[in-house]
Design a protein around this ligand. Structure first.
Ligand SMILES: NC(=O)c1ccc[n+]([C@@H]2O[C@H](COP(=O)([O-])OP(=O)(O)OC[C@H]3O[C@@H](n4cnc5c(N)ncnc54)[C@H](O)[C@@H]3O)[C@@H](O)[C@H]2O)c1
Length: 355
């Protein structure tokens, strides 16, 4: 679907633009707009600019001029405040976050610092900045916060999450994202900062680190390693191809109701075991070997507090903005697997153990 950047929106901050989803958003805005992008990231273990650099090489130097890399940690308010003053942004997309649930169980504190304090700092500097803007620029400015459906907890039955679902986060990661959502909403209600929030289901696609289920399964399958699956593999996720997520974010941020929350889902519910079986079936066809790739599946001890099911009801975003996913799960998965087969060397530097 086509998106349109408001005319007065020339300078866009994207936090977390060296990560998987943020990087996809940076590439999309470099490709399909004329805005200057200010990519704020602390450049931690999950960061990589190869995808953006490839895009720049492909499409030329104009993109390079419009992509500004700023290495800072958003939990440091003083540096963030100075950076904001220097950039003088028209729009903020906030994606920077510690994002790995298992890491949040092993060491939750960094999640509090990055996801809660970091969001608080960003809201505060955005508020100070917004108050100084001219009336024309105030009409354009917005703080769009990218969040997750995990803030709503776990579903057991056939119901789905919607904008009306109560918050019931179960992991330190989802608790930190839930807290950040509340801060964003409060900065709108209390200070009148123009915000929007999107809560999205599980993403997959190129450039995702092989420490998340789909890229890990593909990588381990190709490398003849065991493919770990938590518990009995029956946990259900609603998968969305990352390009569709970016499209939805742009619709919500540029056209969605100020102060509103939009749930974004893929309408693609699969158990983890079904996802891995599909990956194995695809590889059995595309790069057959003597054994079935499914022989590599290995069930491992379940994650504590592992949410059973997530699923999103897309009614509001569809009725309000006409947005719906364009990729079927099978199509997105085929693209993703083909991409990893061609880019397996990129994964090497990130390889980790565990799902
Ligand atoms: N991956 C998913 O399935 C999914 C689904 C819904 C929502 N989200 C949300 O989307 C956002 C991006 O997720 P992702 O999968 O791309 O994550 P990611 O881990 O790939 O990227 C996150 C980026 O944020 C940066 N970052 C973290 N803490 C920072 C800090 N204190 N200061 C500056 N930069 C910092 C990291 O260095 C990294 O480059 C997150 O907010 C996440 O909660 C992710």
């Amino acid at each position: 679907m086509i998106f349109k950047v408001p005319e007065l929106c020339k300078k866009i901050i994207i936090t977390g633009g060296a990560g998987f989803i943020g990087g996809t958003l940076v590439r999309k805005l470099l490709r399909d707009s004329e805005c200057k992008i200010f990519n704020i990231d602390k450049f931690g273990y999950a960061s990589d600019l190869t995808g953006i650099h490839n895009e720049i090489k492909l499409l030329g130097n104009d993109l390079k001029r419009r992509h500004n890399i700023i290495k800072i940690d958003i939990s440091n308010k003083q540096i963030l405040s100075k950076t904001f003053q220097d950039i003088d942004p028209d729009f903020v997309f906030h994606l920077a976050a510690e994002s790995h649930v298992d890491k949040s169980i092993e060491g939750p504190e960094i999640f509090l610092r990055s996801n809660v304090l970091g969001t608080f700092n960003l809201l505060e500097v955005s508020r100070e900045h917004f108050e100084k803007l001219s009336p024309e620029r105030k009409k354009v400015f917005r703080f769009h916060h990218v969040s997750t459906d995990e803030v709503f907890g776990s579903l057991n039955n056939k119901s789905k999450f919607s904008e009306k679902s109560p918050y019931r986060p179960n992991s330190p990661y989802s608790a930190s994202k839930a807290a950040s959502d509340h801060f964003v909403r409060a900065w709108q209600s209390t200070y009148g900062l123009p915000v929007s929030i999107s809560n999205c289901s599980n993403n997959f696609g190129p450039w995702q680190l092989p420490d998340k289920l789909i890229p890990l399964a593909i990588y381990n399958a190709i490398k003849d390693e065991l493919i770990p699956i938590y518990g009995n593999g029956q946990n259900i996720r609603d998968w969305l191809f990352v390009e569709d997520h970016i499209d939805a974010i742009l619709h919500v941020a540029f056209r969605g109701l100020e102060g509103s929350t939009y749930c974004i889902g893929g309408c693609n519910e699969y158990t983890n075991l079904e996802v891995v079986n599909l990956i194995c079936d695809f590889l059995n066809n595309k790069v057959p070997k003597t054994n079935d790739y499914k022989d590599q599946i290995s069930f491992v001890e379940d994650r504590p507090g592992h949410d059973f099911r997530y699923a999103i009801d897309n009614t509001f975003i569809y009725s309000d903005l006409g947005w719906k996913p364009t990729y079927s799960f099978e199509e997105g998965l085929r693209n993703t697997i083909s991409w990893y087969l061609e880019n397996i060397n990129w994964c090497e530097k990130f390889v980790n153990s565990g799902p």
